[in-house]
Ligand binder design. Structure first.
Ligand code: ADP
Ligand code: MG
Length: 479
């Protein structure tokens, strides 16, 4: 296999990675290893034509979930390639049963300077190595050995140690994706009648809404989270307009919106359900207690990824805080409630009532209602404090009413216990008085990425050459 970036198969053929039983009228059922021709790859359900082994059509056409497919002739097909997996997801997968020392995977890296990362299990820990690619397209982990493709690199490190005593053995066991990772409807069909939803258990309530676990009795019965907007905080027109904008925002670190009900009160916002609840509770739980700095930084990094996406799409969050980050399988972090504050909480915010999350809000937003991505950057600093302190309350001992004066005098929160200067410096950058001096989320991404730990390689590699936008290539819909 050569460099997969150079091998753009003109035919867009795919191979199924798992068995799938279609339940909707338009869905195809298939077994792992079948071949398909892409017809339309927009959204999470792709229109595909099933092929016979010889590549000719079977005449069967229908919808398939995108994450069950791998493109033929690309690195996606490889059992050891896990796509845009985060560091924490990699750790959690490799530490699961079925894997042992030497189990490994390669994941894409969006980080500055290197193309892929190799994660390898070593006893009960996981080690990460950077894989660089040079101008000629050759790969290396360190400058003593270069490889024409990733397969050769892997074969080499099966016989020669990649770090002291550590050889690669078999690819990490792959999990079958679950249906709930998919947005199940195209944008224009997402207004649903309330009868399609069954509320089972209350998960929590905020100031403007209550959140329930429940079922969507739609195309297939799936578990969802249903947010009910409990009083007259907005008109139906505003609700429909704003939520249909939010629905267009799609990123792995944002909670996916599935549907809304705007006919009848209360309004519903139906989203994916995240199994581990909110980040604040998680940080304070036994599982959070066990996280080390790498794990915490990974969470911080995932949130930056989501915020960077919101930044590009000009969506101001306004209520960025650990309580509004949700955690799912393999510690994936997703930002919730983005953009909702704008149209639901506006009046309350301006009237400076008790509902304002004072300790997370930038001074200019508190004083003049000036909410921007730079006030989100301020909140991100506070959120980073919550993460590094494993869920401490910000400004311990300080009353809300004293906060603005405290900040105006130039005071800032102290670093949380055991937090490195480098990480604390990121918080202080976010808390600059002048919003323009605060970092963008693009800047923050670089800062947080640079804090993550990788195993040292024997030589220092020369500056690598990263193929541009490889990740987009993997998932970009092709018309
Ligand atoms: P707030 O953000 O003001 O605490 P919310 O109404 O947004 O209130 O949510 C209340 C609680 O419900 C959250 O803290 C979280 O524990 C839970 N929750 C909200 N959405 C989800 C979801 N999609 N999946 C799982 N739990 C959720
Ligand atoms: Mg919330």
């Amino acid at each position: 296999m050569g460099d997969y970036m150079d091998m753009m198969p003109p035919s867009h053929r795919f191979i199924s990675q798992f068995d799938f039983k279609g339940s909707g009228r338009q869905e195809l059922s298939f077994k792992a290893g079948e071949r398909f021709q892409a017809v339309d790859r927009t959204g999470d359900w792709w229109m595909m034509e099933k092929l016979k082994a010889d590549g000719s059509s079977t005449g069967e056409k229908g919808l398939v979930p995108y994450n069950y497919m791998a493109e033929e002739g690309t690195v996606e097909e490889q059992p050891w390639f896990f796509g845009d997996l985060t560091r924490t997801e990699a750790v959690n997968l490799l530490l699961k049963g079925g894997n042992t020392t030497g189990s490994f995977l390669i994941r894409g890296s969006d980080k500055q300077g290197f193309t892929y990362a190799l994660s390898v299990r070593s006893e009960n820990t996981v080690k990460h190595f950077k894989i660089f690619q040079d101008e000629d397209g050759e790969y290396h982990v360190n400058t003593s050995s270069y490889f024409e493709d990733l397969n050769k690199l892997i074969e080499y490190y099966k016989v020669k140690t990649v770090a002291k005593g550590l050889l690669l053995t078999t690819p990490c066991v792959k999990d079958e994706p679950t249906g709930t990772e998919l947005s199940l409807l195209p944008v224009d069909e997402w207004e649903r009648p309330q009868e399609e939803f069954e509320l089972t258990q209350k998960l929590g309530s905020g100031n403007f809404s209550q959140v329930y676990e429940g079922y969507w009795l739609g195309k297939i019965k799936i578990k969802v989270a249903i947010k009910t907007i409990n009083y007259d905080v907005t008109t139906q027109e505003t609700f429909v307009r704003e939520t249909s904008f939010l629905k267009t925002l799609r990123h792995r670190n944002l909670v996916s919106l599935y549907a809304v009900c705007s006919v009848g009160k209360p309004f519903y916002i139906v989203t994916e359900l995240l199994s581990k609840g909110d980040l604040l509770k998680f940080l304070r739980s036994n599982e959070g207690e066990k996280l080390n700095v790498d794990g915490l930084l990974d969470i911080a990094g995932q949130i930056v990824d989501g915020m960077q996406y919101l930044e590009v799409n000009n969506c101001v969050h306004r209520d960025l805080a650990a309580r509004n980050i949700l955690i799912g399988k393999n510690n994936i972090c997703k930002i919730a409630d983005f953009g909702l504050a704008r149209f639901i909480k506006d009046e309350t915010y301006i009237s400076q009532s008790k509902e304002v999350p004072y300790k997370w809000t930038a001074p200019e937003a508190l004083a003049y209602g000036r909410y921007t991505l730079k006030s989100d950057a301020w909140s991100y600093g506070v959120l980073l404090y919550e993460i590094m302190s494993k869920g401490m309350n910000p400004y311990p001992g300080l009353h809300n009413s004293e906060l603005l004066r405290y900040l105006k005098k130039g005071n800032r929160m102290e670093a949380p216990p055991n937090c490195s200067d480098k990480i604390y410096k990121v918080m202080l950058d976010c808390w600059q008085e002048n919003p323009l001096k605060r970092p963008t989320f693009d800047d923050l991404k670089t800062s947080i990425d640079n804090l993550a730990n990788y195993e040292p390689s024997e030589d220092s590699p020369k500056p690598p050459n990263k193929p541009k936008g490889w990740m987009n290539k993997l998932r970009k819909p092709v018309k």
